[in-house]
Design a binder for this molecule. Sequence first.
Ligand code: ADP
Length: 452
Amino acid sequence: MSKKIFYSIWLVTSLVLLSCLTIVLAVVYSHFTQEQFEQLRDETRLATQGVILDGQEYIENLGQTDFRITWITSEGIILYDSEADQTVMENHLEREEIRQALETGSGQASRYSSTLSTRLLYTAQRLPDGSVLRLAITQLTVWHLFMRFLPQILIILAVALLLSSLLASRLAVRIVEPINRLNLERPMEAASTHKYDEIRPLLARLDEQRRQIQKDQEEIEKTSLIRQEFTANASHELKTPLHVISGYAELLETGMVQGDDVKVFAGKIRGESERMANLVEDIIDLSRLDGGAVGMRRERADLYRIAGNAVESLEGPASDAQVEVSLTGSPSYVSGIPHVLYSIVYNLCVNAIKYSEPGDSVTVRVHPEGSRVILRVADTGIGIPQADLDRIFERFYRVDKSHSKEVGGTGLGLSIVKHAARIHGASITVESEVGKGSAFTLSFPAAGPEEA
Ligand code: ADP
């Protein structure tokens, strides 16, 4: 960057310098031409006096001069020319300076001379007898002028270029230095003290991006930590039933268990296997939901009907637990993934049955309310202590671990509910009192009217 700035400054300075030199040369050139004319006029006046006194003899006696002297009659015929043969020269009556001299007494002109093949300055003066004396001198060309001042011009150019190089390099460093010193860790702090106002929007953008990156990084770290914890917990949860299964199997293998006990042990092995299967199923469900349910098709679904199916499928476990489950409400449409919606109602109902005592009841209600659809699963079961309410949606969190295992819990049911609700834009609230029961309320955005 500093190289680019250096070359730009250097180039601009050099161009300005060259332009100035050209202008100065033009001014000096015009001044010199005027001076030459002035001098030539004086010489013409002197020569005129000489010719008036001594005639042609005066001119001939002048010897070598810088001027060309021509004497012309009032008819334009050349009487004398110091540089050319007057007998072959054409009539000069039409020459500008001669015409002026004949009319006003004196004249001047500058033009290319075909006789001498060079550009000349002419001044002419009329004599008392009507003839005209003309003096001419080679006009100094710009090139001549340039060559005359060449040493000075070269010195000025060299000094100016050196100075501009020095200045350009210092300026380039000074311009770039504050940018290099910017503290990109704290762009806004730098913006408040930085001397370039123009750089502030850039610093503000950098700060915004830095914050976003920091937030993303924190999010990634948090997610990775949750995943690590989840993997550790899941492995632990899977290991426990495996140990139990292998322990019972070993006892059966050694023949230490006999008669009716074999049935009991086989039942325990089946129970643990079921628990493992449930856990694996929940882990798969959760990982699908964790990925945002990508690829799962949404449709207009009746949550009331879905809740009816879930309640129906739980009739067996409910009657085993001597818990009465009832469904109230009316058709309520949401836009969602039917089997995920089913898992929400199913998990909430399973918990309500699991954490109830024989004789308790579970009420499921689904109904539309304005632009929302409300699902409420309430039970008269054991309830949840206030201190645990915030944590029950965490993976593998249980209020009473042994009780949860006893009733076949995996510790993932409410996590699945939370993720499934989030995918559907639903909010969750929980009210609970120990010994009195719990109520989980989900509020879904209602689906729009059915398309024709
Ligand atoms: P689990 O498989 O252990 O039931 P969940 O994630 O479904 O795991 O629930 C987490 C914990 O929340 C449960 O262990 C239980 O202690 C508590 N819980 C959930 N639902 C209820 C409820 N309806 N009544 C009382 N406690 C509940």
